[in-house]
Ligand binder design. Sequence first.
Ligand code: HEC
Length: 210
Amino acid sequence: MKRIIWTAIVTALIIVAIPVLIVASGAINMAATSQPSDFEQTVATFAVQRSMAWRIPEKSAVPDSDDAVSHGLTHYASMCVRCHGGPGVEPEKFALGLNPPAPALEKHLDDFSDEELFWIIKHGIRMTGMPSFGREHSDEEIWSMVAYLRTLPNLTRAQKKQLKEAIGESHANTREGSGGHAQSEANEKSGDKEDHSHSDQSHSARNIGE
Ligand code: HEC
């Protein structure tokens, strides 16, 4: 009996020690330039899904009004488009260095309920580049962003223009006193004609909707 207890204790210690040693050795590369292992992706995806399942609000409160959608668009243009881009609108270059990547939302909307979108915007997703917006925005404002997200696949030309201008403005800000982004100016001038959707970025790292 004593022997069985000792074997159990030693086995448990080994099970705990192995992952601790792997982490402590520095073998896991935490650089954003290295791809996470399949194991890490699976665990992280599962953790986010379970976390949301516990915490999302019970009932959707997405407003059904044009006012709310246009309010949501203003927020999206000032806070989201730089990372996520939009239909026909490229994200900022820095966003391509995010790992996990910021997905093109219009392609993943069907993976999420309204309540899940609300939760993600309000609380963000830890250990990714997705910030929480709940500190400085009321629930009502966040629901208006959800209302807007639902319209993303069917934006009008004027709405796309607003997103492009938002990216243009942020380039103008970073341009002050520095070399400048001639290319972005050229893109702005080309207007709506070229409607190349930004790359799907495959959203491989943490596909929490699937
Ligand atoms: C600094 C960059 C950044 C900004 C700004 C940002 N996001 Fe994100 N967002 C991300 C990243 C990175 C992910 C991927 C997280 C993951 O894979 O778990 C993400 C994920 C999401 C998701 C989940 C989609 C999916 O398929 O996983 C939603 C919804 C979302 N963001 C909405 C928004 C909205 C709305 C805003 C603006 C209010 C916003 N994001 C602003 C980086 C950003």
